[in-house]
Write a protein that binds this ligand. Sequence first.
Ligand SMILES: [Zn+2]
Ligand SMILES: [Zn+2]
Length: 252
Amino acid sequence: MLEVHVLASGSDGNCTVIESDGEAIMIDAGISCKKILKQMEQEGVDKEMVKAILVTHEHSDHVSGAGATARKLGVPVMCNEATFSALNLGSVDYVPIDPSGSFDIGQFHVTPLPTVHNAVQPCAYYTQVDGKKVLLATDTGKLTFQIEAALKEADIAVIEANYDARMLAEGPYPPQLKQLIGSDHGHMCNVDTAKAIRRTMTDSGRQIFLAHLSRTNNEPDIARETVSEITGIRRLNIDCLEFLGDSRTLRA
Ligand SMILES: [Zn+2]
Ligand SMILES: [Zn+2]
């Protein structure tokens, strides 16, 4: 059984654990080590299973707990070299990854996919394990061809729905930040994410989890409603985290 544990998602911090058959990998660690351990316990994840922490990009909401968690769990941090150079994690065991190739961690076959974001060399991760496929793609202003292809194949897709366009436009952020978020190097809005989900629909029973919702420029109900309206997927079948400290386990 494949389990995807979304331990935190959003600008307050991101952390996801993919687990299969007694092994696990962590993607991003953007909340404190203490919170990560608490959330793992809440979702029934044994910390001994974690083999590595993969980092998508250097923004603090993805890495603030990475150094401490890597040391606590005794596991390496993995990311491309450009990203690692932009990090300051203290003393960690670092394993570089080739941004253009796949690699294996235990039974997990992982492929980094480029995202478009205001970071040095950001990526999403596509993980194949036990015949199942998981896409985790956040922090991208648009979906690259490779991510869209992975979205179509995935059994579980954790995909960004960062903001509602009207809430962003009318919200409190300064104009420059609004412009960056809305640009091709920022984040995906609910409508663009919904359209991508619609374009890649098959009858494979793919599970969609909306990720990295902005606490200021989005609301769970609005994101789910928008995606449901555009894709025709029933609202009950579209999930996301509801509040700070919330977590979720998806199974395939
Ligand atoms: Zn982020
Ligand atoms: Zn970011």
